[in-house]
Design a protein around this ligand. Structure first.
Ligand SMILES: [Zn+2]
Length: 299
C-alpha cells in the first residue's frame, strides 16, 4: 500500500533502458536453445521460469520499475499531497468538483477516453475548475492490461491521449495504468506520447472495500509529505464525493494541502501557456492562471 522508495521522474520517460524487457525476451529465446543443445531440460525450465517471474513481477507489482520509471510521490518535505481520482468522468464528477472547491484543493483526474467522449462537458468542467486531466487508457481493459501486446497497448494509450487532448484542449502529461498494472511494452509507448507513469503512495481500495472508515484509514496511514493519494469515481450513492470530503477534512485537520505536482500547471493553465511560480498551486483562485511564462517539467 505504501511505497518506501519515493521518486518523481520527469514526464516523457526519457531515460528508459529496455534491459528488463530484453531479459524476458532473452529468457524465452534461450530456453528452447538450451533444451535443443542438450544442456538439459532442467536448465531450460529454470531459464524459462526466471523470465516468467520477471514478466509477472514487472507487470503485476504496481510500483515495479522493471519496465520503466513510476512516480510514487511528490518531491520535498512540505505538508502537501497529490490527490488523484481514477475512472471518470461520470455522474460523480460534479459533486467531486464541489467538494474540491469547498476545501480549496486541486486534484488530477485520470480519465478513461471513451467515458470522456460520452461526457465532454464534464471534462471541460474539470479543466475550468483548475484541475488536471490525465490519461487512464481509452477503454479501461481491467484484468488484461498487463497482457496487451504493443499494438493494442499503444491504441489504448494513444486513443485516450487523442480524446483527452481534443476535449481538454491540452495534452495530458500523466498516465496511470489500469489497476496499477505494468506491461513490458509500456515505457516506449508512454515516451512517444510524452507521458509519465504515476502509481500512488497510498490507495483506499474504495473499489473493493465498501467500508468508508477502512478506506480512509488506509489513505491516512500512508499520509506523509508528498504522498500521492488514490481514490476512484463511480462509487454507489454518491460515495466517491463523500469519501473525498472526509479525506479532505482529515487533510485540513492535519495541515495538509492537496496540490498538483510542483511546477505543474493545471490543464487550464497549460491552455494559457502559464504555470504557477511555487508549485503550491492550491485552488486559491482556480480560474485565474498565474503569470509565469511556460509549463515546466516535473523533476
Ligand atoms: Zn481504473
Amino acid at each position: 500500500m505504501v511505497d518506501p522508495t519515493p521518486s518523481m521522474p520527469p514526464p516523457g520517460q526519457r531515460h528508459w533502458r529496455p534491459a528488463a524487457l530484453s531479459a524476458v525476451i532473452g529468457a524465452h529465446a534461450l530456453a528452447p536453445l538450451l533444451w535443443l543443445s542438450g544442456a538439459g531440460t532442467g536448465w531450460a525450465i529454470a531459464v524459462l521460469l526466471a523470465g516468467g517471474a520477471l514478466l509477472v513481477w514487472g507487470s503485476l507489482y504496481p510500483h515495479s520499475r522493471l519496465f520503466g520509471p513510476v512516480s510514487t510521490r511528490l518531491p520535498g518535505d512540505r505538508p502537501v499531497v497529490w490527490l488523484t481520482f481514477d475512472d471518470g468522468p461520470c455522474a460523480d464528477t460534479p459533486a467531486l468538483l464541489e467538494v474540491l472547491d469547498r476545501h480549496r484543493a486541486r486534484a488530477t483526474f485520470f480519465l478513461v477516453g471513451e467515458r470522456a467522449r460520452r461526457a465532454p462537458g464534464l471534462v471541460r468542467e474539470i479543466v475550468r475548475r483548475g484541475h488536471q486531466v490525465a490519461n487512464h487508457t481509452e477503454s479501461h481493459p481491467a484484468g488484461r492490461f498487463w497482457l496487451l501486446g504493443p499494438k493494442a497497448l499503444a491504441a489504448e494509450i494513444e486513443g485516450a491521449q487523442a480524446t483527452l487532448t481534443a476535449l481538454a484542449g491540452a495534452p495530458p502529461r500523466w498516465f496511470r495504468a489500469v489497476a496499477g498494472l505494468g506491461n513490458p511494452f509500456l515505457a516506449p509507448v508512454l515516451r512517444r506520447a510524452g507521458l509519465a507513469r504515476v502509481s500512488w503512495t497510498a490507495r483506499g481500495l474504495d473499489g473493493v472495500d465498501g467500508d468508508d472508515d477502512r478506506v480512509l484509514a488506509r489513505l491516512l496511514r500512508g499520509l506523509r509529505p508528498g504522498a500521492v493519494l488514490l481514490l476512484h469515481e463511480g462509487g454507489p450513492d454518491g460515495r466517491s464525493a463523500r469519501l473525498a470530503g472526509r479525506l479532505l477534512a482529515a487533510l485540513d485537520e492535519r495541515g495538509y494541502a492537496a496540490v498538483l505536482p510542483p511546477g505543474e500547471a493545471s490543464t487550464s493553465q497549460l491552455l494559457n501557456g502559464v504555470r504557477p511560480h511555487s508549485g503550491e498551486n492550491r485552488a486559491d483562485s482556480p480560474r485565474a492562471p498565474s503569470s509565469a511564462s511556460s509549463p515546466a517539467r516535473v523533476g
